[in-house]
Ligand binder design. Structure first.
Ligand code: 5GP
Length: 116
């Protein structure tokens, strides 16, 4: 399946719909989830148009992958999550329960999260 340019995160990237911005650089955008599952619930997305983790891993440039990984810590520091800890989740594909087909990582924190 090709990348769907009308998915909601693509529209946020094009500024067709607003977001509550947390962090942005040349490679990534991070914004608060509209239905937060924790006191802090940020969505980190690459600006490149990748469907899921496999697409990102296979086709993103080294610069994009490094920037994405480094942004996790930048956001952790900015939101004071680093000391107390946080959770990263990336839902991928049908079995992963991915709803928005633009690669993203959820950054969850702000309280002790339940374990599974
Ligand atoms: P997924 O299930 O694909 O991993 O997660 C998609 C996430 O996007 C969900 O947590 C959902 O609440 C969030 N979301 C869906 N639409 C919007 C939107 O328009 N704005 C923001 N900020 N988040 C959204």
């Amino acid at each position: 399946m090709p990348y769907d340019p009308n998915n909601i995160f693509a529209r946020i990237l094009r500024k067709e719909i607003p977001c509550d911005l947390v962090f942005e650089d040349d490679y990534v955008l991070a914004f608060n989830d509209i239905f937060p599952k924790a006191p802090v619930h940020v969505l980190l997305i690459p600006k490149g148009l990748y469907k899921n983790a496999a697409d990102f891993s296979k086709h993103a440039t080294d610069e994009e992958i490094v920037a994405f990984t480094r942004a996790i810590d930048t956001i952790g520091e900015k939101l004071q999550l680093t000391k107390t800890g946080y959770r990263l989740i990336s839902n991928n594909g049908t079995h992963g329960g991915q709803e928005v087909p633009h690669f993203h990582v959820h950054i969850l924190g702000g309280k002790a999260l339940s374990t599974w």
